[in-house]
Design a protein around this ligand. Structure first.
Ligand SMILES: [Zn+2]
Length: 108
């Protein structure tokens, strides 16, 4: 089963298309948009725009069922884009340096 384009979202960190699934523990897990045999998550659609995922790595985990496909967790492939390039040491006269006033960025 391949997710429909309307079921995909863009990762906030890298911009790649991702599928948001719900784990059996009720938490959200982002997986890559296309099924991949190397993946360790068995995913399937349970309702329109709602996908369930379960780990295949856990002790006693059953192999993927006929209705499940393997997906790679997006965290394994995400390559975050740099947020902003470093400013040059000397700025033009009409530019005010604000980065010294800014709070440290807290990664999500
Ligand atoms: Zn990403």
């Amino acid at each position: 089963m391949i997710p429909l384009p309307r079921e995909l979202r863009r990762c906030r960190d890298c911009g790649q298309a991702v599928l948001i699934t719900v784990t059996r523990a009720g938490r959200h897990l982002l997986v890559d948009a296309r099924p991949d045999e190397r993946g360790n998550q068995a995913c399937y659609r349970v309702a329109p725009r709602t996908w369930q995922s379960r780990s295949l790595d856990g002790a006693g985990a059953l192999p993927p069922a006929a209705w499940e496909h393997r997906f790679v967790p997006h965290v394994a492939t995400c390559k975050p884009r740099p947020r902003q390039e470093a400013l040059p040491a000397a700025l033009p006269d009409n530019v005010v340096r604000l980065d010294t006033k800014r709070k440290a960025h807290r990664p999500r």
